[in-house]
Write a protein that binds this ligand. Sequence first.
Ligand code: R5P
Length: 300
Amino acid sequence: MKVFSGTASKKLSLKVAKELGLRLSPIEVFVFPDLEKRIRIGESVVGQECLIIASIAIPPDENYMELFIMIDALKRSGAGIVKVLIPYLGYQRQDHVFRDGEAVSLEVIAKILSTVGASEIFTFDLHSQKIPEVFSIPVKHLSALALFSKRIEKDFKSEELVLVSPDMGGIRRIKQVSELLGGIPFATITKNRDLGSGEISDSGIEGFVRGKIAVIVDDMVSTGKTLVEGSELLLNEGATKVYAFATHAILAKHAEKLLQHSKIERVFVSDSIDIPSYNMFPKLEVLTISKIAADAIKNS
Ligand code: R5P
């Protein structure tokens, strides 16, 4: 197998390639003055199975376009099967029509990926379990939750803990982590979100958090508002401390400042997205998903 990395995913790609016992194959990405890209595969791939590793975080459109033309370059160069590891699948939150007149952007992405020649997608902690159904090619849905559970088990005593889902949509996730940890209690933050503005109103908590260390588990941290507002609510309701785990560290709009200055003790994320140095902050700890990804690819 030959492994290629998208320009925004070099750090994770190197780790996954190492786990696979392979090196990254050369690929030339030339950027024209108008920011269009020209992609050229740097070695023969004729008849070879290829893997592209490309997370689709900020800027998502640019990263997707690069991925589409990387797949095209491989197929035109004679590659056999092209598998794609997209640790963070951009546009996944637009998986159905929420309001009349909207596009289903994820379906557009799915159609392009299969049309250009991707054979199989590997991805992590999707926002909804139904997302693979949008694709006409196999989607292997992997998770960082077992990795997070091991860390929770190592750092905390289960009797002092309560797991927290930051919204009703995360209940399945929090139940899964609870099961992995032998059935420890969980609570859910309830809130109403305006579909137009995204603003939240009427927050509350279902479950018992008083006197407990609250560990929020979410799929992604974007602006950081969900975690920060959730932590304030939990502390107001008597939680003694708040920790947060989220698979995808999108870190938009200076989330690093918001999280660093929040009352959250520590924020654990995975390396599904390569985190640039300007997004790093002292409270942040990054756990690697490289072995989980490599094992899934080896077994596929
Ligand atoms: C929402 O449904 C997601 O699971 C995340 O909670 C949300 O996308 C996080 O966004 P932000 O960090 O901007 O609050």
